[in-house]
Design a protein around this ligand. Structure first.
Ligand SMILES: C[S@@+](CC[C@H](N)C(=O)[O-])C[C@H]1O[C@@H](n2cnc3c(N)ncnc32)[C@H](O)[C@@H]1O
Length: 161
């Protein structure tokens, strides 16, 4: 098992530069399933380079992306500036710490391509924290591609979401 520091260090410059080549198609396919409106405050947990921002921010009052990789946060801020999106901001933080200081704030949360990147026990803790950050009746959209193979966590796993 990798330590939390080792897991965090995986998302360095090389990983982030490589992620730029990922296609947004997997996110585009999901947009029609989201129920959003211009009063919503939305949070994108483990936002990475903020790829989801351009689909969500135009439909909500505010979009906030949270990620513990400073390289991903830099990349997300570059994307925001490049696209000129005014109602988005990115926070460099562990999700658990962020949720502790943002309770019952969000109407909508997203966790895209994230669940497969944390160990199961950690995932349960993160989900409890996420729940506390959502308003009563808030929604969480969770998506994970079908994965069959050696994951970043160092073991084989099959996940279908
Ligand atoms: C595969 S990327 C997914 C990025 C984005 N959600 C997407 O769909 O393109 C996984 C992300 O999880 C972030 N991450 C992993 N554990 C985290 C934690 N405990 N707190 C904050 N971010 C975390 C990583 O930094 C990375 O950006």
């Amino acid at each position: 098992m990798k330590s939390s520091l080792e897991l965090k260090e995986m998302y360095g410059k090389k990983y982030v530069d490589n992620y730029e080549n990922h296609s947004p198609i997997r996110l585009e396919r999901l947009v029609s399933y989201f129920s959003l409106n211009n009063t919503h405050v939305a949070v994108d947990f483990a936002c990475g380079n903020g790829m989801l921002m351009e689909y969500v921010a135009p439909q909500v009052k505010e979009y906030i992306g949270v990620d513990f990789s400073e390289f991903f946060i830099d990349s997300a801020n570059n994307r925001k500036n490049r696209l000129g999106i005014a109602n988005a901001k990115f926070v460099h933080s562990e999700i658990e710490n962020f949720c502790q200081t943002h309770k019952k704030i969000f109407d909508v949360g997203f966790a895209m391509d994230f669940s497969g990147h944390v160990y199961d026990k950690e995932w349960v803790k993160i989900l409890n924290n996420i729940r506390a950050s959502l308003k009563v009746n808030g929604k969480l959209y969770l998506h994970r591609r079908l994965v069959f193979g050696l994951t970043n966590l160092g073991y084989y796993r099959i996940t279908i979401h």
